[in-house]
Design a protein around this ligand. Structure first.
Ligand code: SAH
Ligand code: SF4
Ligand code: F3S
Length: 482
């Protein structure tokens, strides 16, 4: 038995089965046998690393990829000087791509020193044909390229890469398949991301995600519950439900279920302490969800509600399907119903045609909603999206100036919002020893704010009541109130 897989029962004298996940288990065993041989020849264990670029969904995918690498016999490391290196890439903004190319040059150098090294690339960037063409042309040392839709086939692809010298490329355009019950190696013992849906159907006009992640599809509630129950048995106390638009969860299932209903089922799981989720699209946020959050003992008092822009004119061109007034009304309702809720957001500055007046609308919403924090992004042109060919791209210096003004406002309000908890005693889930000062531990409040307080390793993964002594802007210094 290894990572939940009974290898002894996988019969290698038979050809690989066609059904999943049995087929992948067969390939995992095959990879394991190949690697055992290679490791014996080299007289040392083989190592592997997966580096993630991008969002929590990519982080979770990387955990699954690591699970398979570990199952087939690699020793996991976080060093790039490894026998197998996999980059799980992001392409949401141009600079995400640039980072990957930069690192890849460095990997090429490492491979010259270790000819056994296998280099693989996967994730969102690989779903863009121009990227694959560029890798084929200028990065010939890459052994394996696959995309987001066939990630479940990683064991099978890995075997191809190990058995062949040529570059293996396997990219699918889309899929409706969801394969359950593959291994995962979690980064944290006590918290985990859980996919509830894949893909996106919204086609916001600036965004590449629907093109690289395919159409929206939801996992069945029972599969999700079973996974969470397993995680809780394994020590997980906090889960983050993941989807590009969790509020439209379940609509396409054979037996439709709402996100709020799913949350109620998850709430019943004993031993689970905290439930988080992201991302919520304002257009689909239901009263049912607000009611469920309000009553819940486990759902965190935190909602990430991307605004993108405060201008109704731009929101229309962005294809967000809400306007400034609707967003403000929703925020007001949330504040009224759940007074202690933390609201956070994403904002894009410099969308094509953005005027000073549009930008003032964004500042206005920020002032009125009073976000606890906000991720602010400079608009990045993504080839293939409708916005990329829009006229009136905003000059760089204008965007930079607006970006700075927005950031100042967001930070000023964020600090004020964060300080409201000073003096209270609240539960903190301890995540790790503080990196700067090892006499402290670092954890998070239910609303996602970071807290540092004196403590030790034994507290990691525990929920500790902490008195919040001093607000330092975006984090607190506190003391355990045991
Ligand atoms: N599904 C989520 C967002 C996923 S992408 C949602 O709809 O909220 C995360 C964030 O990246 C987005 O909210 C947006 O603010 C930003 N983003 C997406 N495409 C971008 C682009 N082309 N340029 C700049 N920021 C972008
Ligand atoms: Fe992109 Fe919009 Fe889908 Fe979010 S909802 S992933 S911003 S297209
Ligand atoms: Fe990036 Fe893909 Fe996530 S493009 S933001 S890693 S869905």
């Amino acid at each position: 038995m290894y990572n939940g897989i009974a290898f002894d029962s996988v019969d290698m004298t038979l050809p690989a089965p066609t059904e999943e996940p049995l087929r992948q288990r067969w390939f995992m065993k095959r990879a394991r046998l190949l690697l055992e041989k290679r490791s014996r020849e080299l007289g040392r264990p083989l190592t592997a690393m997966v580096k993630t670029f991008g969002c929590q969904m990519n982080e979770r995918d990387s955990e699954k990829l690591r699970g398979i690498l570990e199952t087939v016999g690699y020793l996991l490391t976080d060093q790039e000087e490894a026998d197998f290196v996999l980059y799980n890439t992001c392409t949401v903004r141009e600079n995400a791509n640039l980072k990957v190319y930069g690192r890849l040059g460095y990997l090429g150098g490492l491979k010259k020193k270790n000819p056994h090294m296998v280099i693989a690339m996967c994730g969102c960037m690989m779903q863009e044909p121009e990227v694959v063409a560029k890798l084929q042309q200028s990065y010939r040392f890459v052994n394996l390229i696959f995309g987001t839709h066939n990630i479940y086939k990683f064991a099978e692809l890995l075997v191809s890469a190990l058995e062949n010298d040529r570059m293996i490329i396997d990219i699918w355009k889309d899929t409706d398949k969801i394969v359950e019950d593959l291994p995962a190696r979690r980064t944290y013992a006590f918290k985990s991301g859980v996919n509830i849906m894949f893909g996106c159907n919204n086609f916001c006009s600036y965004c590449i995600v629907p093109y690289v992640r395919g159409r929206e599809r939801s996992r069945r509630p029972l599969d999700i519950i079973r996974e969470i129950e397993g995680l809780v048995k394994d020590g997980v106390v906090e889960i983050m439900l993941l989807g590009q638009n969790v509020n439209s969860y379940g609509k396409t299932l054979e037996e439709p279920v709402t996100f709020a209903q799913l949350l109620q089922e998850i709430e019943k799981i004993e031993g689970l302490g905290r439930i988080r989720f992201m991302t919520s699209h304002p257009k689909d946020l239901s009263d049912e969800l607000i009611a469920v959050m309000k009553q819940s003992k486990k759902i965190c008092r935190h909602l990430h509600l991307p605004l993108q822009s405060g201008s109704s004119r731009l929101l229309k061109i962005m294809n967000r399907k809400y306007d400034k007034e609707q967003y403000l009304a929703l925020a007001e309702k949330l504040r009224r119903e759940i007074p202690d809720l933390s609201l956070t957001t994403d904002i894009i500055v410099g969308f094509p045609g953005e005027t000073e007046e549009d930008f003032q609308d964004t500042l206005d919403v920020v002032r009125r909603v009073r976000y606890d924090s906000a991720f602010t992004f400079i608009y990045s042109k993504r080839a293939g999206t409708p916005a990329a060919v829009m006229e009136n791209q905003v000059p760089e210096d204008v965007v930079k100036d607006r970006f700075d003004r927005l950031l100042r406002l967001v930070q000023e309000i964020g600090k004020e919002r964060s300080s409201r908890l000073q003096g209270q005693t609240l539960p903190v889930l301890v995540e790790h020893i503080n990196e700067q000062d090892t006499s402290l531990v670092t954890g998070r409040l239910d609303n996602n704010l970071t807290v540092h307080f004196p403590g030790d390793e034994s507290m990691i993964g525990k929920m500790v009541p902490v008195s919040l002594k001093e607000c330092k802007g975006f984090y607190y210094l506190g003391e355990a109130a045991l």
